[in-house]
Design a protein around this ligand. Structure first.
Ligand code: ATP
Ligand code: ZN
Length: 292
């Protein structure tokens, strides 16, 4: 019987057939559509790098990676980066590893700070570039994942996505490393990052607080791995249209508590582009009703 098991292994050695089984089992309608999708990941740190690896192994079409930082030995308490990559930019090191894992994914490395004028311009134009899938409506990417660790960068992703009417997902891990969250942001339809002040989740831990200067944040590869997994699971559900896409999902590891909620946009949001998107969303209501 050992021999039989071995031959079964050989038949199923194509990793893609395991993914296509999602289709045979009726979970996903057309898994191969994954090859048409582009996802942008901002922040290739503890969460972003793991999310990038998961999407690469799932056979995503194209990944755009943004980070200004270099790999340091201090990053080895997280997943993904290896000691021999110390000194490389995180985006280049990520492209090196990811292209080895799956050479079919189109990988774009952007070593830049999205909060600078120049960085923001490059960020915006890269999101608009439609050469990978010219027939696509809207911008050139299907989803933006925010995996940064500070408030300012999140506000910049929020600004870009509101201007481009681009759906995105935000993620975060708390400073004490024991809780985290993911959030879906659809301009005009759900609260944007500026609509609500950094919110204190039911767990009582505010994960979105500014990184405090001079305070050494704790870090666990476990929490970051869980948050990356929740983020990419929500991404797959969003792109391949299966299951329920969570508008907000928290993770509090001390009590294994997973709070969920949904937030409507704030009609008095301070972000002008958000108010524009809210207007568009209300104007498009008759069309949505007709479809439903
Ligand atoms: P530490 O918590 O020790 O500072 P880290 O900076 O790697 O580690 P992570 O939470 O693991 O933090 O990852 C967040 C990532 O987001 C980092 O790689 C960081 O360089 C990146 N990042 C933060 N702000 C920006 C920005 N404005 N533009 C581009 N990348 C950013
Ligand atoms: Zn808003």
């Amino acid at each position: 019987s050992k021999v039989k098991d071995m031959s079964a292994e050989v038949v199923d050695s194509n990793p893609y057939s395991r993914l296509m089984a999602l289709q045979r089992m009726g979970i996903v309608q057309n898994y191969e559509r994954i090859r048409e999708f582009s996802v942008a990941i901002v922040g290739i740190g503890g969460v972003g790098s793991v999310a990038a690896e998961m999407l690469t192994r799932c056979g995503l079409g194209r990944l755009l990676l943004y980070d200004y930082d270099k790999v340091e030995l201090a990053n080895m308490n997280r997943l993904f980066f290896r000691p021999e990559q110390v000194g490389m930019t995180k985006t280049d090191a990520a492209v090196q590893t990811l292209s080895d894992i799956n050479p079919d994914v189109v990988l774009e490395s952007y070593t830049l700070n999205i909060t600078t004028v120049q960085g923001f311009e490059t960020f915006m134009s890269s999101l608009k570039n439609k050469t990978f899938c010219p027939s696509k409506e809207g911008s050139g990417v299907d989803l933006v994942l925010s995996c940064v660790d500070n408030y300012e960068a999140r506000m910049v992703v929020n600004q870009a996505c509101n201007e481009l009417n681009q759906t995105w997902m935000e993620s975060g891990v708390s400073e004490d490393a024991v809780s985290g969250h993911i959030q879906l942001l659809i301009p005009g339809e759900t609260a944007c990052f500026a609509c609500a002040p950094p919110l204190v989740v039911a767990s009582g831990v505010d994960e979105r607080t500014l990184k405090r200067e001079g305070v050494c944040a704790a870090s666990l590869p476990t929490t970051m791995g869980v948050v990356a997994g929740l983020l990419v699971q929500n991404t797959l559900k969003f792109l391949l249209k299966f299951g329920h896409v969570s508008p907000y999902l928290g993770y509090s590891s001390l009590k294994d508590f997973f709070p969920t909620m949904a937030m409507k946009p704030n009609p008095h949001c301070s972000n002008a582009a958000c108010l524009e998107r809210q207007k568009d969303y209300i104007l498009a209501k008759p069309a949505r009703d007709a479809v439903a």
